[in-house]
Design a protein around this ligand. Structure first.
Ligand code: SAH
Ligand code: SF4
Ligand code: F3S
Length: 444
């Protein structure tokens, strides 16, 4: 098969999704078409995540499987990009001799040239770091409603459990002018919403050194005509200033949703994690946010079983969950990562205990969500309709100005499809709920 056809599978966070969209654009300009299955592909790419060992485990599984496929179709090229590529570099080529390419988190935009080099070189690792050029790279986006817009790359913190600073390098805030141009382009293409991306997005601008900050960036983005909603992830508790909270509260199209991971409720463990705030500091942020925006939705990440986490420490996380009542929570069991500050600490919380803690925190969160969602029945929310619901295509799903997932019937009372509403804002009256979803119908 001489045709250029690429299949890409993306793991990990939204930054990886955005990078995949960029690499597809670079390849399309080089004559590639995108296909839905590795079976039809002349190039298979995995955009990988290293955040926990099980994330890498999935990719190791894919690579083992491709060994047989490569024997049958030796002309098919296999490439690894993303955080695992950056972490393991050329080592991956030794471990998996059937791999052709390993491309780091600052090199993937050069993918077409690297593939060309494969004609002269059997295996290539391109993992140089630090020279990612900030410009209006193109992107091929499947979703026509929400566009991911990276505003900074890398991270300047060093949380002791976290591999991201190793795989993504130092923080680099993007030029606000280029960000604005990227957003104007997606608005012209008909997108209704942007989600601005950064590992510690509330620290945006510090490295630019010209007084730019995230509050100012939000104002600039908010002034762009045609955007219905502006979202952003992820914030670090230490960098959410009053100026930023005031700005979010003031701008009507900026979502009242803050993904601000607490990670844990014990100040002792937070210090071992290198998080740079205490339990009290976190609660102070919650108070500052809620005093300005009573309905603001707070989403957290929690890690259970960090080294030396005693039952007393863990109980502080339990009490934090009850005290804050988060709108949502991602709960993870600690996974030691090579090259991080905590790698040399003994992983001393037994697996059984980690599982029990993880399940209990999740149960607390779901119980809270169930009660809270019940209390929302009878209320009305404006939602941006995003498309058919993934769990039931008979419904359309959308999100509130917070981050509530709300579904409505896909057909109206007269039996007509409502797909023309996708991308629009509509008012929805809530009539039912579970602990994960709110059900409603359009208010007449
Ligand atoms: N930049 C984001 C988070 C990046 S990683 C931030 O700073 O908030 C996403 C989440 O994965 C983290 O918030 C953390 O809860 C979890 N995580 C990161 N490293 C982990 C590890 N080694 N073990 C378990 N969970 C981890
Ligand atoms: Fe990782 Fe901490 Fe940076 Fe987030 S702030 S990416 S958890 S080092
Ligand atoms: Fe994973 Fe890298 Fe994102 S480690 S979470 S893909 S920044």
């Amino acid at each position: 098969m001489s045709e250029k056809r690429v299949y890409i599978e993306t793991f990990g966070c939204q930054m990886n999704l955005a990078d995949s969209e960029m690499v597809l654009d670079a390849l399309a300009k080089d004559g590639y078409s995108v296909c839905d299955s590795s079976k039809d592909a002349s190039l298979v790419l995995y955009n990988t995540c290293s955040v926990r060992d099980n994330a890498e485990g999935k990719i190791r599984g894919r690579l083992d499987h491709l060994k047989g496929v490569k024997k049958e179709r030796p002309e098919m090229k296999i490439g690894i990009m993303g955080c695992m590529a950056q972490r393991e570099k050329a080592e991956l080529l030794k471990k998996y001799p059937h791999l052709d390419l390993v491309v780091g988190t600052d090199q993937f935009v050069h993918m077409p040239a690297l593939i060309e080099q494969l004609e002269e070189q059997k295996q290539i690792a391109a993992t140089e770091f630090g020279d990612f050029e900030d410009r209006n790279w193109g992107s091929i986006r499947k979703d026509g409603i929400n566009a991911w817009i990276p505003v900074m790359r890398g991270c300047n913190y060093n949380c002791t459990y976290c591999v991201v600073p190793n795989t993504r390098g130092k923080e680099k805030s993007r030029d606000p002018q280029l960000i604005e141009e990227d957003i104007r382009r997606v608005v012209d293409q008909g997108f209704s919403q942007v989600t601005l991306l950064g590992q510690t997005i509330d620290a945006y601008g510090k490295t630019l050194g010209d007084g730019t900050n995230f509050a100012k960036l939000l104002r600039r983005v908010h002034a762009i005509d045609g955007l219905k909603r502006i979202r952003f992830i992820t914030s670090h508790p230490k960098d959410i200033t009053d100026e930023l909270l005031d700005t979010i509260a003031e701008l009507p199209r900026v979502c009242k949703h803050l993904h601000v991971p607490a990670q844990c409720g014990s100040s002792r463990i937070l210090r071992l994690m290198g998080r740079r705030y205490t339990r009290e500091g976190y609660l102070d942020f919650v108070e500052r946010a809620r005093s300005r925006m009573p309905d603001v939705e707070l989403l957290t990440d929690i890690i259970v079983g960090f080294p030396r986490e005693t039952d007393a420490d863990y109980q502080e996380t339990v009490s934090l969950m009850h005290e804050v009542k988060f709108a949502g929570a991602y709960v993870f069991m600690y996974s030691p990562r090579p090259g991080t500050g905590a790698w040399n600490l003994e992983d001393d919380v037994p697996m059984e205990e980690k599982k029990a803690r993880c399940n209990e925190i999740l149960a607390i969160q779901l119980e809270h969500q169930e009660q809270w969602y019940k209390s929302l029945r009878g209320k009305t929310f404006e939602i941006l309709v995003e498309g058919p619901s993934k769990s039931n295509p008979e419904r359309l799903s959308g999100r509130s100005i917070g981050n509530l997932n709300i579904v409505i019937p896909r057909t109206d009372a007269a039996g007509n499809k409502r797909d023309h509403l996708i991308g629009d804002l509509v008012n929805v009256h809530i009539n039912d709920s579970t602990n994960l979803t709110l059900f409603g119908d359009i208010e007449e």
